[in-house]
Design a protein. Structure first.
Lengths: 653, 219
């Protein structure tokens, strides 16, 4: 025990030394003539638009944020796994089903890794996929509405971290478990982990036209921790690579006990081979229970279905499909270069990066040059698959992205820097400090066959002293580097929302032209929609009261409602009749035990209100919609439970 | 005269464009509308420049008490104009054909042109009268009742031709493709008239010469 503590202390001291060196560099370059040219590079004049979209994960906010590059301006927060009172997501009747799981309604998650859909290895901008870490889920966001359209729960998984990465034609979105668990779950002693727990790697097929998700198969791997992953591309298309740690299979004091092996593995999965096996009837269906939630854009309504079965595959039953590549010291990020030839293991407890060669791996497999096996899975010889090592001089490499000119950019958490190096020669070209403790980094398209290597965004874990202080808690910082030249240049700092773990970016012209402006009222198929104010009405069904209400600048139809009684469950179904860009109307009523609604043009949303007191209660529009917004209001008369006042409603009488 | 008649038929045919293209276009831009709203005035009705523009113009206009833009069935003009234009096209082509066959002379061409011009001026007069009514005949219960500095109620009549500033909007009203096609076509009918006229002169000259020759031979 003492010995471990000693080595960790050394590591920390070292980190402090390196970080303070970085500090001096940063201060020096943020003065003088350099800053003025940096200002020009990030300045997007009023009325002008950014060159790139950047989607930053919100981490523990559970949501996805949209930024512009190079300005660092935030455009939107897209709610995915967390309730979002700003729009009513997860509060409205239509969106509550989106957060349904086998554990019931789970209104939060930890969102980590956005990935934009691809065709032939290039970004196509149809959807962006994200993972919920805590209650394993994968979400799909439509990139013309920028709204969550689908969430699928992942059974037999825990700590859904090596997710949500897509194959180069978006055939699959892949979700790997970070924590291995008993499969199926059962009551057993924790210390019998070793050999008994399993790590599920889940391949979810994506239907090409509508993006619908469906679990194709789950590969039940040995009980390691599957940390991160990336797809093969180009020549290595058909393969998927996962980093692992805790190959020791420890179940306690992991920070020490899972760091003992000199090498962990990168698991190489030939998913095409497994797909064939499964299509040929291979695999075992086991009982499961997981939610599949789909939001329909024309009904503006989400539905949740529980699936009861999942197809599992034992990797030893598909010879030639799964191999282990030894990789030093608990590798974290697992990145594949644009050609698909190099697989980079970012050994987070070492100073070096290990790069494996795809061709060498194939040759070694061909010649069956194995170095033993783990649970029946062949282990390749480290030397046989190694393409090279980057002797960076940094500490704690985490993640690598690529530009289009054969360079790679790696973040170093402990030494707090971004290091640029050359693929093939493995030489370090440049290094720049970050402020501070950088996690992920992102180059638009930097994990595809076609990167747009103009900027790199570094997402940092520590913010202190970068902005005006806001008490003990503050947002994380991100930093933009210009990487168009030989040397990187730090050009901008901006705060993010939540904790960005990873990001995905793409050129603005891929998404801006197809971004939806309104929903068409004449395509609104919501069950409670009113497409014409003449149909606005109030109906009673037992103690449920359904108010079919429409809005247009600036009134509700109807705006006077009588005949509601204490104990009723009142559903306000609000349809926004505007067909003009950016004219939402909001809705809220006093004492509502839920959030407001923000209803986009042409959309219908529903809020439930259960009046508890007799009286005349106002409701109003929460979005400043016009010069007469303050007048956009109405009243509901609530009578005693035993009264016999008939329902009535009106506008302008 | 054959050449003139063909030109007459071509010129008149240009008016067919009015059945497809707008006659007039009114665009409303404001700081809040970086993509301006607009209406296209066709001979059979007013249409959106971009989808939902009319609905959004009506939505804005209701604040100042303007009526909704008329549907085709709400104005007699939108059923009569297509008939008048259609009739004039048939008439013009008929005149051209008869000219080609030598049954009528070039003066009919200018005659058609003059009738068409009178109808055009009447149409413009009517259109302007509607705009005056639309822009000044306001709902007395309007949400916003605005007055000019001299105290008279503000008018929202769009310009017939050119630009005007109306509250926060820049309004531009200009002839559109249909009008330009009509203008081009009508110019062609004038040219047809002149060609016809000079062709006639030439023929007369030839006849005179022939007559003289005949006389000489008689001697
Ligand atoms: Cu409103």
């Amino acid at each position: 025990m003492k010995k471990y503590r000693y080595s960790i202390t050394t590591l920390l001291v070292l980190a402090l030394v390196v970080a303070s060196c970085g500090d001096q560099n940063g201060k020096a370059s943020s003065n003088g003539a350099l800053s003025s040219s940096a200002a020009e590079k990030v300045y997007v004049a009023p009325g002008e638009q950014d060159e790139f979209y950047a989607f930053l994960s919100g981490g523990y906010s559970g949501n996805l944020t949209v930024y512009g590059l190079p300005s660092g301006r935030m455009f939107k927060e897209i709610p995915v796994f967390s309730q979002f009172p700003t729009s009513g997501y997860g509060y409205s009747e239509e969106t509550k089903p989106m957060l349904n799981t086998s554990y019931g309604f789970v209104p939060w998650d930890d969102l980590h890794h956005p990935d934009i859909s691809q065709t032939n290895g290039e970004l196509d901008g149809r959807w962006i996929f994200v993972n919920g870490n805590n209650t394993p889920r994968i979400g799909r966001v439509n990139l013309s509405t920028f709204e969550t359209e689908e969430i699928i729960e992942i059974p037999n998984s825990a700590g859904n971290h090596s997710s949500s990465f897509i194959t180069e034609n978006t055939e699959y979105v892949v979700a790997g478990t970070r924590f291995s668990v008993p499969v199926p779950q059962r009551d057993m002693p924790i210390n019998e982990y070793k050999g008994n727990f399993k790590g599920a790697l889940t391949f979810i097929s994506v239907e090409p036209e509508h993006g619908r998700l469906d679990i194709k198969f789950q590969l039940l791997m040995p009980g390691f921790n599957y940390d991160l992953s990336h797809p093969g591309r180009g020549e290595s298309h058909g393969w998927f690579f996962f980093t692992t740690y805790n190959t020791e299979e420890a179940n306690s004091l992991m920070e020490v006990n899972s760091s003992q092996n000199d090498k962990d593995f990168i698991a190489a999965i030939n998913w095409k081979k497994i797909e064939e096996y499964v299509n040929g009837g291979g695999g075992t269906k086991i009982p499961a229970n997981y939610a599949h939630n789909v939001y329909d854009e024309t009904t503006h309504t989400g539905t949740s279905t529980m699936n009861k079965e999942v197809l599992t595959v034992d990797p030893t039953k598909v010879p030639g499909a799964v191999f282990f590549l030894p990789t030093p010291k608990s590798p974290h990020g697992c990145d594949v270069d644009p050609s698909g030839q190099y697989i980079i293991g970012n050994g987070k407890l070492s100073a070096d990066l290990t790069i494996h060669s795809f061709d060498k791996m194939l040759a070694a497999i061909e010649e069956k040059k194995f170095d033993g096996e783990a649970y029946g899975i062949p282990i390749l010889k480290f030397e046989d698959v190694l393409a090279g090592t980057v002797k960076s001089g940094g500490l704690g490499p985490l993640h690598t992205e690529f530009d289009a000119k054969g360079n790679a950019y790696t973040t170093f958490f402990i030494s707090s820097e971004v290091v640029k190096w050359k693929l093939g020669t493995w030489e370090v070209i440049d290094r720049k400090p970050t402020f501070y403790s950088v996690g992920h980094l992102m180059i638009p398209g930097g994990n595809s066959r076609k990167p747009f290597g103009k900027y790199v965004v570094a997402m940092n874990k520590i913010t202190k002293d970068r902005y005006l202080p806001t008490g003990p808690e503050m947002e994380h910082s991100a930093q933009i580097y210009d990487i168009s030249g030989e040397k990187m240049e730090l050009i901008y700092d901006f705060p993010t929302h939540g904790e960005p773990h990873y990001a995905a970016g793409c050129p603005a012209e891929l998404l801006a032209p197809k971004s939806k402006k309104i929903y068409r009222l004449n395509e609104n198929k919501h069950r409670y929609a009113v497409t014409n104010p003449g149909e606005a009405r109030v109906e009673r069904d037992g103690n449920e009261v359904h108010i079919y209400m429409s809005t247009i600048r600036s009134h509700f139809t109807p705006d006077n409602i009588e005949g509601v009684k204490v104990g009723d469950k009142v559903y306000f179904h609000i349809t926004n009749h505007e067909q003009d860009f950016d004219v939402p109307h909001g809705f809220s009523i006093i004492g509502q035990n839920t959030s407001e609604l923000l209803v986009m043009p042409g959309q219908t949303k529903t809020s439930v209100w259960e009046p508890k007191q007799v009286g005349v209660w106002p409701f109003y529009c929460t979005d400043f919609c016009s010069a007469l917004h303050q007048e956009m209001q109405g009243y509901v008369r609530v009578s005693p439970a035993n009264s016999n006042i008939d329902l009535s409603w009106s506008l302008g009488e | 005269m054959k050449k003139a008649s063909i030109l007459m038929i071509i010129g008149v045919s240009f008016l067919l464009g009015l059945f497809n293209f707008p006659l007039w276009n009114i665009v409303l831009g404001a700081p809040q509308y970086p993509e301006p709203l607009g209406m296209n005035i066709h001979i059979d009705g007013i249409r959106d420049m971009n989808e939902f523009d009319l609905q959004n113009i009506d939505g804005l206009n209701h604040y100042i008490g303007m009526r909704k833009l008329p549907k085709p069935e709400e104005m007699w003009e939108f059923s009569v104009f297509p008939m008048v234009i259609g009739g004039m096209i048939i008439l013009g082509i008929l005149v051209g054909l008869l000219g080609f066959l030598g049954k009528v002379d070039y003066k009919w061409f200018i005659g058609w042109f003059m009738i068409m011009s009178i109808l055009g001026v009447l149409g413009m007069y009517d259109f302007n009268a509607w705009m005056v009514d639309y822009g000044t005949n306001l709902d007395p219960n309007a949400i916003m009742k605005l007055a000019n500095p001299d105290g008279t109620p503000m008018s929202y009549k769009p310009p017939l031709f050119g630009h005007a500033k109306m509250l926060n909007f820049d309004v531009t009203s200009l002839p559109a493709t249909g009008a330009w096609m009509m203008f081009t076509g009508m110019m062609l009918t004038i040219i047809a008239f002149f060609i016809g006229k000079s062709a006639k002169k030439a023929t007369v000259k030839k006849h005179v010469v022939t007559a003289i020759k005949v006389k000489t031979n008689d001697k």
